[in-house]
Ligand binder design. Structure first.
Ligand code: XBP
Ligand code: MG
Length: 273
């Protein structure tokens, strides 16, 4: 079976494009709680536990069930949570507009390179669409929204990660099979979702996900790397990957399109072996 060409890259947002959780989403949740007169405070450690559940509204439900069972919500619990979440989104997008959260190292570089190389780009995330728009807008600039052919986000599918639905939705819109793509994730829930959609996946960890189980990943790195500031390999195998790529130049600890094509091709050679 011939190796399918690599055609598209699908990116998670939170934790992958930017380290948004601790200093972005968490802060915005707390501002919304305070504004609503609630004394809830999600510190960084508690927030790490709450990340077990993706989706902000789902996370508030989970918090009430598991960490604050004594709280009596108003009769319309869903509307109460939806209201809190809308306020949180307003705070979060304002924080992004203030430049609170930069992209992770190597992200802007890789997106530009991939575009120049003719790879198609998509986003598959559980976060609210307005959050994706605000992040791209305030880091890469408004025009960069057009770089992404598909932005799959939030409630567009009812079952959030670790369900595979959001990746399937994005693949469907791209009109591509998973073996023509690579996914980028940062968390266990993320890789479960990508794998459920049969997408080979590269992981860049962050402080909340460093100890997650990433056995299924093609490669686990601390970051995508920049020239002069290389990535560290935390899992998976890189050795000799670019041998036979033409000029025999070893990679410089930077995820670029040559490395992605080599990873993708090796994955498919193994699949058919
Ligand atoms: C991201 C999430 C989201 C954000 C909050 O997970 O879990 O819930 O924390 O976003 P992933 P909203 O990176 O796996 O997509 O509050 O807009 O839901
Ligand atoms: Mg993520």
């Amino acid at each position: 079976m011939p190796t399918p060409d690599l055609k598209a890259l699908l990116f998670d947002v939170d934790g992958t494009l930017a380290d948004t959780e601790r200093d972005g989403h968490r802060v915005a949740f707390n501002l919304a709680f305070r504004e609503a007169g609630l004394d809830w405070e999600w510190d960084a450690a508690l927030y790490g536990k709450l990340l077990a559940v993706t989706g902000g509204k789902e996370r508030i439900h989970y918090y009430l069930e598991q960490f604050n069972p004594g709280f009596s919500p108003p009769a319309d619990r869903d509307a109460f949570i939806a209201g809190l979440h809308a306020a949180k989104t307003a705070h979060y997008t304002r924080l992004l507009a203030e430049g609170a959260i930069p992209l992770r190292p190597g992200v802007a570089r890789l997106l530009r390179e991939a575009r120049d190389a003719g790879l198609r780009l998509a986003i598959a995330t559980t976060t609210t669409p307005a959050n994706v728009t605000a992040l791209i807008d305030h880091t890469l600039g408004h025009a960069a929204l057009d770089w992404f052919e598909v932005i799959a986000a939030g409630d567009v599918v009812p079952a959030k990660k670790p369900a595979a639905d959001i990746f399937r939705w994005a693949l469907d819109r791209l009109g591509l099979p998973p073996d023509a793509c690579l996914a980028f994730e940062d968390s266990r829930n993320g890789i479960l979702a990508a794998h459920g959609a049969r997408l080979p996946t590269l992981v860049t960890v962050n402080d909340y996900t460093r100890d997650d189980d990433f056995d299924d990943a093609l490669l686990v790195l601390d970051q995508l790397g920049e020239p002069g500031a290389p990535f560290t390999v935390l899992g998976g195998r890189l050795g000799g990957l670019l041998d036979g790529q033409g000029d025999g130049t070893p990679h410089q600890g930077v995820v670029d399109t040559a490395l992605l094509r080599a990873l993708h091709a090796r994955h498919h050679r193994r699949q058919v072996a």
